[in-house]
Ligand binder design. Structure first.
Ligand SMILES: Cc1cc2nc3c(=O)[nH]c(=O)nc-3n(C[C@H](O)[C@H](O)[C@H](O)COP(=O)(O)OP(=O)(O)OC[C@H]3O[C@@H](n4cnc5c(N)ncnc54)[C@H](O)[C@@H]3O)c2cc1C
Length: 460
């Protein structure tokens, strides 16, 4: 047994460390199914243990990769055989729900869906929501500044965070577990860990902000004739509910046809083919009359020419089935042997032209591949899947997708993060001065570069 495994077992106990043999059955990424390839998996059960593990690894120069639910989509949690993976799976407790202050105190390894359910029990809600809700963790959500489907109303993970406890590379515990909404006492250090992708510290605990549960949520599934209508519809609906639109998800026809096609269990509720499909979620003040109000609203936007057709699901089952058209990746996984995924953001006014130009240019370098486009358009975020792309075409496709974003002042990652996957393109969205400050912050927090080294950017 190697010295490091022996030493880490002295800290976290025999079962707290799985060596390479014990890891063979473990997956390193839920999405890709890649194996967990690491020297060992350490499973601390307390902040104190995380601190001792990191202090020891720092002393001996042992690189450590923090892991949450392993649902990340940017290779930020990828491990190498010489690295130690540190999982938060045993630190998954919900410590407290404060119904008066509307906060929840959790450990970093708690699963997002458990946070939803606990908030629900208290008549409250935690708004961050994404397709990986049943597997991803709050620590991972913080480390990636996760977005998802409700950002248009509630903001991203960083907006849900009141307090945070993190352990730095040298074992220092930074306790910022404030539950205050207002706290202007110098630099907001917790925000440095948001989106840091495990490179600055391990998030061990957090105080989350909860919101009042909505009395009712109405969902409309709409077919929309053109991009101008997509943009106007968002404004119209949001105005109607005083800025309260909860989700505004758009699918381009290419994506929609795959997700309602032969490899999908869900079929399109619309007879006429159009270019865009929208799922909009809006709050009802009165659940009794909410659907009637929604019907009226749809009649109005139909008259205004903003929609071609619309469906208001009559049951939760119907609603879930319609959401599947947007959220399920099974149909495209069945249809294509290979795929590559993008997550970019840019101004709405420029978005459709950009998507069309990406589609046209892509056909020149990868004629057999299909561009499938959809996204959280309420917050400027479009996702692409390149179905059927070949490995040797990916670099050219990345150039086509990323390079125009410089001029458009867009972002190469709206919500998934940089990880390893987008390192080469970070300079498109960040200036050299910003990159230099990021490097200095990393060096300040982790001078020996042991925490998730090589992710987001290189130090030299
Ligand atoms: C089907 C599907 C749908 C998705 N939809 C969305 C979406 O709509 N919006 C969105 O933003 N993302 C989405 N994602 C991506 C992913 O779910 C998020 O990035 C999520 O926040 C990752 O959380 P995790 O716990 O799985 O983190 P992991 O994948 O385990 O780790 C991600 C990064 O966070 C670091 N990390 C994890 N835990 C900690 C910790 N406790 N302390 C410090 N660093 C840590 C890791 O080192 C790594 O760098 C989706 C993924 C899937 C598979």
């Amino acid at each position: 047994m190697s010295d490091i495994i022996h030493e880490l077992r002295a800290i976290v106990g025999e079962k707290g460390v799985l060596d390479t043999d014990a890891l063979s059955s473990r997956v390193g990424n839920v999405w890709s199914g890649a194996a967990l390839n690491a020297k060992a998996l350490v499973r601390p059960s307390s902040t104190h243990e995380v601190s001792q593990v990191l202090a020891h690894c720092n002393k001996v120069g042992q690189p450590v990769v923090p892991l949450g639910g392993m649902t990340g989509l940017a290779d930020a949690g990828k491990t190498e055989p010489h690295e130690i993976a540190l999982t938060m799976e045993r630190m998954n407790a919900i410590e407290n729900v404060d119904e008066i202050g509307r906060t929840m105190t959790v450990q970093g390894g708690v699963i997002l869906q458990n946070v939803h359910e606990k908030a629900d029990e208290a008549g409250l809600m935690f708004p961050l929501d994404l397709g990986a809700r049943a597997s991803c963790t709050i620590g991972g959500n913080i480390a990636t500044n996760a977005g998802g489907v409700r950002v248009v109303r509630y903001g991203m993970m960083r907006n849900q965070l009141l307090g945070l406890e993190a352990v730095l590379a040298d074992g220092t515990v930074l306790n910022g577990m404030s539950s205050l909404i207002k706290n202007n006492t110098g630099y907001d250090l917790k925000q440095l860990f948001v989106g840091s992708e495990g490179t600055l510290g391990v998030v061990t605990r957090a105080v989350l902000r909860l919101h009042e549960a909505l009395p009712g949520v109405g969902t409309a599934f709409l077919s929309v004739p053109d991009w101008v209508a997509v943009m106007k519809l968002l404004r119209t609906l949001d105005k109607k509910v005083a800025g309260g639109v909860i989700a505004y998800e758009v699918m381009w026809r290419d994506y929609y046809e795959v997700n309602t096609g032969e490899t999908s269990d869900v079929k399109s509720p619309f007879a006429d083919p159009v270019e865009f499909f929208v799922i909009a979620e809006m709050p009802f003040l009165n659940p009794e009359t909410g659907n009637d109000e929604m019907e009226e609203l749809l009649a109005q936007v139909f008259e205004d020419g903003l929609i071609v057709d619309g469906v208001i699901p009559k049951s939760e089952e119907e609603c879930e089935r319609l959401w599947q058209i947007r959220e399920s990746f099974e149909p495209e996984k069945k249809l294509y042997d290979t795929g590559y995924y993008f997550d970019v953001s840019l101004d709405l006014a420029a978005m459709d032209d950009y998507v069309n130009s990406v589609r046209t240019e892509l056909k020149l370098v990868a004629p057999q591949a299909d561009l499938l486009s959809m996204g959280h358009i309420g917050d400027n975020n479009v996702h692409f899947s390149l179905g059927g792309i070949h490995e040797n075409q990916i670099a050219a496709a990345c150039a086509i997708v990323y390079e125009p974003l410089k001029e458009l002042n867009g972002s190469v990652s709206a919500e998934h993060g940089i990880g390893l996957e987008k390192k080469a393109y970070l300079g498109i969205s960040r200036t050299p001065e910003e990159m230099e400050i990021m490097r200095r912050i990393k060096t300040l927090f982790d001078p020996n570069n042991i925490l998730n080294p090589g992710k987001i950017f290189d130090l030299t």
